[in-house]
Design a protein around this ligand. Structure first.
Ligand SMILES: [Fe+2]
Length: 509
């Protein structure tokens, strides 16, 4: 574990008893537990457990490979806050446990130790569960998703931000909101460590004052007062980034950037996952994510590429999306309960992301509320270059003359762009000004001489009418069989695109 040198002034929060276990039916066995137990700092040979009691008690944990719980580790210190470490565990193993306060045992839960470095483990990534309005009441979908996450028995859970609607200077309101959130997420933390990036709704900045103590109190993380930190799990370097609460929201700069750079360079030989709230290639929050400063976003992308980062996962946009840029996989997984965002790119379904990770294989799935796999992506990726369109400008509109943002899943050996059937050019020029449809063909060749082709159809209408058009044609380009995949939608403001159609091609034998 490596922590940056931060002092964020975490202050203790006293929770009125009305909020303690507010959503649970408290049994006699649990009557002394005010919060927890929560798993944290789980390694391949140890695990830490946090819980809080309403009165000072001594503390112990009974644990074992089955429900017999033959082992015990104890702390004789009388306190209301308990952190007990279980050591000497077997790697990659499921253990059962109960916390015991002054001899009173709690409920039985279980957790998994990390496997050996490079071996497979399961990680859940999800975020943006916040309520639809400024209320403590969490979405039912968040509770339902959490139940499914628990059933997955993951090794760890990682959250991408926006847990409450707002943090204000009214302590009672904040306590009510965060208690409602913790009543749900703590159920997952009984079974697996929960790590969390901070979202813009969690900082207080939204209402004018930076207030971090509620976020910091909500998660054990590494028992340190920090909004960005790193840890290693089964040989994978995990980095939780703060895109919101430093002095420069929506930017990774200053001390954090220095820390990030040093960490990445020191972990060159390991697989690396980045977790933040704001995405680098947003679909809805365009211009109000880490793309607020394009030059810095591109420099961050370059840093991640040069240090072999595997995945950058974020939320903020309430949807699911995956784009691969020069080998770096970007996920947006913001579908844990907040109102969904509808964009040209789809993905507007409630979900969590399951990542099964090992040294040789990363298998990523978006799992919907109906338990169905909505999308799946596997690394290492084998196939032709993927071609993506992203649009700079709010509401995904693009003015005539501006240049569409085209990204490739890997650096092409060759590439070409063609507007309206003109000869291929190596440099992309802007959307033609003439009213009517304009076809952009993009070609990319990978190292095996396999060509990819994508076709995007823009219609410049000059009106403010929003139109949706479905196109079912196919086309043929020399040597390439084109298969139509429709990504249809519409967005309209002033002189803009009305229709976007994506054609993605694949070469046939
Ligand atoms: Fe957000």
């Amino acid at each position: 574990m490596v922590l940056p040198a931060l002092s964020l002034g975490l202050t203790s929060i006293t929770y009125p008893s009305v909020y303690v276990n507010s959503s649970a039916i408290v049994s006699l066995a649990e009557m002394d537990i005010a919060r927890g137990p929560l798993m944290y700092n789980v390694t391949n040979h140890s695990a830490c457990v946090f819980w809080r009691t309403t009165d000072s008690t001594n503390a112990s944990i009974q644990y074992g490979l089955n429900t017999s719980l033959l082992e015990t580790v104890s702390s004789s210190t009388l306190d209301t806050v308990h952190r007990v470490r279980i050591a000497g565990l077997q790697l990659g193993t499921k253990y059962y446990y109960k916390v015991v306060s002054d001899g009173v045992p709690g409920e039985m839960y279980h957790f998994r130790t990390a496997p050996a470095d490079g071996q497979a483990f399961k990680m859940i990534i999800m975020g943006d569960n916040r309520p639809i309005s400024d209320t403590p009441v969490q979405p039912q979908a968040f509770s339902d998703i959490t139940d499914r996450v628990i059933a997955e028995e993951p090794n760890l859970v990682v959250l991408t931000g926006d847990y409450v609607y707002s943090v204000t200077t009214i302590a009672g309101d904040n306590i009510a909101k965060w208690s409602a959130f913790k009543a749900i997420i703590d159920q997952a933390a009984h079974y697996a460590p929960v790590y969390a990036a901070i979202g813009n709704h969690d900082t207080g900045l939204w209402t004018g004052t930076l207030i971090l103590q509620y976020f910091l109190d909500a998660f054990e993380q590494h028992n340190e007062a920090s909004t960005y930190f790193s840890f290693d799990y089964a040989g994978v370097h995990m980095m939780i980034l703060d895109s919101e609460a430093t002095n420069t929201p929506l930017r990774i700069t200053g001390d954090q950037y220095t820390w990030l750079t040093n960490e990445l360079q020191a972990s060159q030989g390991r697989m690396k996952f980045m977790i933040a709230h704001a995405p680098m290639y947003p679909l809805s929050h365009i211009g109000s994510s880490l793309d607020v400063n394009i030059t810095e976003r591109d420099a961050l992308q370059q840093l991640f590429e040069s240090t072999n980062v595997t995945v950058f996962a974020a939320g903020h946009d309430h949807l699911w999306n995956r784009i691969t840029v020069n080998g770096l996989v970007h996920l947006i997984t913001g579908g844990a309960g907040a109102p969904l965002y509808h964009t040209l790119w789809g993905g507007d379904f409630l979900h969590y992301t399951k990542a099964e990770v090992s040294r040789n294989l990363v298998d990523i799935s978006a799992i919907g509320l109906d338990a169905g796999v909505k999308d799946n992506y596997v690394l290492p990726y084998v196939g032709p270059i993927e071609i993506f369109l992203r649009v700079v400008g709010n509401t995904s509109t693009r003015m005539a003359g501006t240049v569409p943002s085209i990204y490739f899943s890997q650096v092409p050996a060759q590439k070409g762009y063609s507007w309206d059937g003109a000869p291929n050019a190596t440099v992309l020029t802007g959307l033609p000004a003439a009213p009517g449809p304009h076809i952009l063909d993009v070609y990319a060749e990978n190292g095996d001489s396999v060509w990819s082709h994508a076709r995007f159809v823009f219609t410049t209408s000059g009106s403010i009418t929003t139109t949706t058009t479905t196109t079912t044609t196919t086309s043929q380009v020399p040597g390439i069989q084109v298969e139509l995949i429709l990504l249809a939608g519409a967005a309209g403001i002033v002189i803009i695109i009305v229709v976007l159609v994506l054609l993605r091609s694949r070469r046939t034998g």
